[in-house]
Design a protein around this ligand. Structure first.
Ligand code: C5P
Length: 317
């Protein structure tokens, strides 16, 4: 038995995502846009550890950590509070977030934090919500949060939160071109409305892409990559056109702005090719950083659960 005075800690890992295809419609009365997207979870991950505490506190480190708000607007903290309210838990939690997904990059790093925090607190507090209930709660925190729980490959409809897992064969190699200045998702959607007004028909997931994923054909996947928000992201960050062109010239099978951007995702033939594309982007000076990743990878999962930790100075159990 672990004495109750000994604090327990739960560590959860949740992935970032690339939207392989994104079709966007006209905004609904609540301001959200109906969309159809094909998500792939990739090997850039957020790690969130949850430890019993009196109140709700947060510490963030890792990639671009200085750009993450640590006040009550932080999505991981909001997730923990939302679960506590929903499940009638009186305990608090200290969350420690280690970032591996670019901040405000269109890869849903904040959503991954929220998904990881939900699962970590659910495990720490032993609320034991079924995955579907956790996913519903996730959808109240943000459109991309349910996918960070689910992972792998899925079609997202509605706001992007209504998910159907999709078949995907093989491993895909990506080069990601990062930008120091993130784009605001609401602003990109607003610009999209101004530029295009959205399609009148119900958005549908790209069939050619789903077929290509199902048969594990990277050339066809590359050819089918597409994003309705790309023109809006380029309007707000015109230099991205050059980033896209350099990756294309380096032989990428396909290049796309991920989600609302500004991260540019280039599909490579192999891990070695992904590194070569990264080198070309760096040499051309068209990004503020490059990363390589593979996908698909699983959704949020507990990697260390309910481990008894040695109390540190200042810990209260
Ligand atoms: O759900 P999330 O908080 O990630 O969305 C951020 C913003 O992006 C929303 O407030 C909205 O302006 C925009 N959005 C949208 N349609 C979607 C998803 C997001 O207009 N389907």
């Amino acid at each position: 038995m672990i004495p109750s005075a000994v604090p327990r800690e739960v560590l959860v890992r949740a992935p970032g995502k690339i939207n392989l295809a994104l079709t966007v419609g006209r905004p609904m009365p609540d301001g959200y846009h109906p969309l159809a997207t094909v998500f792939q979870a990739v090997s850039l991950v957020e790690e969130v550890s949850a430890r019993a505490a009196d109140g709700f506190t947060l510490q963030v480190e890792g990639l671009h950590a200085d750009r993450v708000p640590t006040d009550d607007s932080n999505l991981a903290l909001r997730a923990a509070r939302r679960l506590a309210e929903h499940a009638g838990v009186d305990d608090g939690v200290h969350l420690h977030v280690r970032k591996g997904v670019p901040v405000a990059g269109g890869m849903a790093g904040g959503s991954a934090d929220a998904a990881a925090a939900l699962l970590a607190c659910d495990t720490l507090w032993r609320t034991g919500l079924p995955r579907e209930e956790l996913s519903e709660l996730a959808g109240t925190l943000g459109a991309d949060v349910p996918f960070a729980l689910l992972g792998n490959t899925a079609v997202g409809r509605g706001r992007g939160d209504l998910l159907t897992p999709a078949l995907s064969r093989g491993e895909y190699h990506w080069t990601l071109a990062l930008q120091d200045h993130g784009l605001s998702t609401p602003e990109v959607f607003r610009t999209f409305d101004e530029l295009l007004g959205g399609v009148d028909v119900e958005p549908e997931a790209d069939r050619a892409l789903l077929q290509a994923l199902g048969s594990g054909d990277p050339d066809a996947v590359g050819a089918a990559l597409g994003n309705d928000l790309q023109a809006a992201a380029l309007e707000l960050a015109p230099h991205l056109a050059e980033t896209l062109a350099v990756a294309q010239d380096a032989g990428a099978l396909g290049v796309v702005v991920s989600g609302s951007g500004p991260t540019v995702a280039a599909l490579a033939r192999s891990r070695t090719h992904a590194v070569a594309i990264a080198a070309a982007l760096t040499a051309a000076g068209v990004s503020d950083g490059v990363l390589t990743a593979t996908g698909p990878v699983p959704g949020a999962r507990v990697v260390v659960g309910e481990r008894a930790v040695t109390p540190r100075a200042g810990d209260h159990g």
